[in-house]
Design a binder for this molecule. Structure first.
Ligand SMILES: *Cc1c(COP(=O)(O)O)cnc(C)c1O
Length: 393
């Protein structure tokens, strides 16, 4: 038995992050300022985009990107059926209708189902790079070209993910990243939009700060000017220098984080492969997986709730990604039913995300492997156990 509870996830915050936050606090410049600017430049360079706009969350990044594409009343936006609620909620906030589409066996938006869901009202597609692995972007972009649709990538899991050799966010469509506490790098709360479309970038930036003209954040510095203009009623979604202070150092450490995540995933792959009652996540050959999640699938005979409870009893945390959108009362009220999404249903029924983060020690990883192996090999209660009892009687 473990001495300490192994949380499902933990951020890796170092002394450099702490010192940088203290520096911001002492400097007197606590909201959007020079550190946000530096963080944006570093991030834009890292993914290979022309622009990066730091915002308060990935939810805000998605919202502002769709707003900048002028999505609104009467429009339809296609989202995968199995994602975090934010992907679809922002579509609702803009007055448009989220159209849910089934995923493939890897939890990624299925291009064939996507094509079937396109109507004359469709304006945009929001593919989710689930678990840290890229969607089939070429097929999605080719449909988008054919039907003149915008693509806004939900890259909440995908900072550092590559698709055909290039990083997500460095291609032409807008991509929205998350720096929430559980994600591959964190600023506590925070997000980023990257794009190489100049007009789109300046629109998103303006919308992120009340619709005020450019560099409004700078108006209290020596070089700034008191005058600004509001060109449209924007939102309040800017990132603070306190968050960027953390982000600067997290980004510098990101490749190390990713390497450790891959190492742990590789160990899970090798050691859990022999278990016939669970399926492991697949890494596709033309995508660089960053393993934000390691979702295993329990086959019939293993009860998911009991499995997670038993892990917890062994002081190991686990989670489920995700309860599909159509299972939430609000999205059900839009008319969606589980029968319409057979693949998402199949995945959801048995999915369990194992702990996977850079701060895990090799001993932590071994504990997870031992616990999962033990639980997966145990006969389901009420079957073999009863038989044995019957024989003994
Ligand atoms: C975490 C997450 C979001 C939202 O990110 P925030 O930064 O918390 O707003 C959006 N989409 C997916 C798929 C996520 O996992």
């Amino acid at each position: 038995m473990r001495e300490h509870y192994l949380p499902y996830c933990l951020p890796s915050i170092g002394e450099a992050e702490i010192a940088e936050v203290v520096d911001s606090l002492r400097s007197g410049w606590v909201t959007t300022g020079p550190k946000v600017k530096r963080f944006e430049e570093d991030f834009q360079r890292y993914v290979g985009a022309r622009h990066a706009i730091a915002v308060s969350s990935c939810t805000t990044a998605l919202h502002l990107s769709l707003a900048a594409h002028q999505i609104g009343q009467g429009d339809e936006v296609i989202v995968p059926a199995m994602t975090f609620c934010a992907t679809a909620n922002v579509v609702v906030h803009l007055g448009a209708r989220p159209v849910l589409v089934d995923v493939d066996e890897n939890g990624l938006l299925d291009p064939e189902q996507l094509q079937k869901a396109i109507t004359p009202k469709t304006r945009a597609i929001v593919p989710v790079h689930y678990a840290g692995q890229s969607c089939d972007l070429d097929r999605i972009w080719s449909l988008a070209d054919q039907f003149r649709l915008h693509v806004v990538e939900d890259a909440a899991h995908a900072v550092g993910t590559t698709y055909k050799g290039r990083r997500i966010g460095g291609y032409h469509s807008a991509a929205a990243f998350s720096f929430y506490a559980t994600k591959n790098m964190t600023t506590g709360e925070g997000g980023m939009v990257t794009t190489s479309d100049d007009a789109l970038a300046s629109r998103i930036r303006r919308l992120s700060l009340h619709g005020m003209s450019r560099d409004a954040w700078n108006r209290y510095s020596e070089k700034g000017s008191w005058y600004y203009e509001v060109t449209e009623p924007g939102y309040k979604g800017n990132m603070t220098d306190i968050q960027a202070a953390i982000g600067l150092h997290q980004l510098a450490r990101l490749q190390g984080f990713i390497a450790r995540r891959r190492e742990i995933a590789g160990r899970y792959d090798r050691r859990l492969e022999r278990l016939s009652s669970i399926e492991l996540p697949k890494a596709l050959s033309d995508r660089g997986h960053v393993y934000h999640l390691y979702p295993i699938r329990l086959k019939a005979g293993l009860d998911r709730s009991a499995f997670i409870e038993s892990l917890k009893a062994r002081r190991i945390g686990a989670s489920v990604h995700f309860v599909p959108l159509y299972r939430h009362p609000y999205y059900r009220s839009l008319g969606y039913r589980p029968e319409q999404f057979p693949v998402a249903e199949r995945i959801y029924s048995g999915t369990v995300s194992l702990p996977l983060y850079p701060g895990m020690t090799d001993a932590d990883v071994e504990d997870v492997i031992a616990a999962v192996s033990d639980l997966a090999e145990r006969p389901a209660s009420g079957s073999e156990g009863t038989e044995l009892e019957a024989v003994c009687n």
